[in-house]
Write a new protein. Sequence first.
Length: 363
Amino acid sequence: MNYYTSKGDFYKNFYDNAPDMFICVDRISQKIIECNQACSDKLGYTKEELLNMESVARIYHQDCYEDRLRMVELYDRTGVVNDMELILLNKSGDKCYVSLSLKAVKDEDNRVLYSRGIFRDITRLIEKRKKIRALNKELSIKNQDLATLFHILSHDIQSSLRIIKHSSEWIAGDEGSNFSSNVFKYLSMLKNATKQIYDTTQKVLKLFMSDFVEDPSITNLTHLLAEIKSRLLLNDDVKIILNTDKDSFKTYKHLLTEVLYNLIGNAIKHHNQPEYAKILLNITSLENSILIEVQDNGPGIPKTLQRKIFEPFQSFNKNVKEQGFGLGLTIVKKILKKLNSSIEIKSMIKCGTSFSFTWPVFE
C-alpha cells in the first residue's frame, strides 16, 4: 500500500516533520525564504516571523560572531560548509548550539540562487563537553596534588628511616659498647629491613600512581641524582658518574626521577658487591628529546631472563638478600609506555648491564 500519493508528498512530509532545522536563505537579501517546523519549534518564532525577518543574521548569537564570519568566508569561497559549530539565539534570548551544513543552490548558468542549510541541535553534546572539560581540569588538579603528596610522604618516610639507619649504625660502631654477636646481627637486620620497607613502600605506591599527569618543569640532573642517592640511602663508596652535554632542561621531572631511581636502585640491589657498584649515566641531546643510558658494572643478566625482568613480582637473583617485590622495572616500563617510549637492554654476564631509552624535553 502506498501511503503517499507522490514523491513530492513524501519529501514534504519528511521536510516538515524532521527533527533538524531546514532553512533556505536568499543570496542577495539574506532573508529566510523557506524553513520547516523544527526551526519554529527550536527558535520560538512562528514561521511567519522567521520569513519576515530582515536578515538571517538575527537568529545568530553574538557569541559566535567570529565563527559566523569564518562560515560566510568559507561559503563564499567554496559554496559548501560541513558541520560547522555555531550558536543560534532563540526568541526568549537563550542559546541553541548547532552544527551547520550549508550548500549553494545554483541555476543552469552556475549562478547562486540561494543557500540550503541544515541546523542540527547539539546543545546536549556541548553540555557534555563542558562537563568533560571540567572533570579533566579537576582530575589534573588532583593529579598534581597527588604528585605533591607523594613527595611530601617520600620526604617524611625518608627522614624517619634515615634516623633509624644512622642510629643503628652508630650503635653498632660504638667502640665502648659490649654487645653480643646476636645484637650486632639484629642491628644489621634492622638496617636491611629499614631500607627494604622504604623501597617496597615507594615501589608499590608508584606502581599504582604512575599515571598521574605532570606539567614539565626545569630539571637539573645533578640535583636529581643527589635526591636519588639520598632516597636510596647509598654509601659514599657507590659511584654514580654523570656524562652529559646538557645538565638542565625542561621535562617531566617527577617521572624521570622515578625511572632513574628504579634503574639505579635495581642495579645496586642486584650487584654482587654493592659497595663497589659503579653507575654510569650518559645523556645525549636529540631533537625534542634526550637519549639516556644507565650502565652498571654488575653481574649481568642472562638472555633467557631479559624479557621477563619487566614483569611484576619477579625475583631472579636468589643471592640478593633484599628481594622486595620486583616492581622497579615494571614501573619504569609503565612510565615509558605512558610517554610513548620504550627501553632497550644490553647485558653480558660478568660485564654489567645497560638500559637506554629516549625521554622528551621541551623548550
